[in-house]
Design a protein around this ligand. Structure first.
Ligand code: K0K
Length: 111
């Protein structure tokens, strides 16, 4: 019922507002495979990432209308979820960052 529109390798980070620093999402550091999934029935979208090493879910975040996707650097992109949690994706390559961002922008345009 869900199809992957794009996948990319990235270190998934969450911003710790109280200490003003980025933390790795989940229980350990490490690269995740991050997808944008489209739920074809109800036409919703979300970002899902799983650590390459142990498949722990590192991100599971709805993509909602009005999301501001910030490409802070060619390989570090970030956004706030609807509870104001700030996610950062530290991509393994510029190419993967570009293809992820391109799909994100198309998805945001359709919402
Ligand atoms: C993984 C290490 C990491 C790698 C890359 C660099 C890139 C820049 N960077 C940052 O954290 C930048 C520097 C200033 C700081 C201040 C605040 C932050 C943190 C919280 C959000 N934010 C916003 O600037 C938001 C973004 C946004 C705009 C528009 C829509 C949505 C959003 Cl989320 N601006 C608003 C106006 O909301 C922030 O990203 N910040 C990262 C960084 O230094 N490091 C190294 C380290 O930390 O050692």
């Amino acid at each position: 019922s869900e199809q992957s529109l794009v996948s990319a390798r990235a270190s998934v980070m969450v911003y710790d507002d109280s200490h003003k620093r980025w933390l790795p999402s989940g229980t350990s550091q490490g690269i995740s495979k991050v997808h944008i999934y489209q739920h074809v029935i109800n036409n919703t979208f979300r970002v899902v990432g799983r650590k390459l090493q142990d498949h722990e879910v590192s991100i599971n975040c709805a993509i909602l209308r009005g999301l501001k996707y910030n490409q802070a650097t060619p390989t570090f992109h970030q956004w706030r979820d609807n509870r104001q949690v700030v996610f950062g994706l530290n991509f393994s390559s510029k190419e993967e960052a570009d293809s992820f961002a391109q799909t994100m922008m198309v998805v945001l345009d359709t919402l």
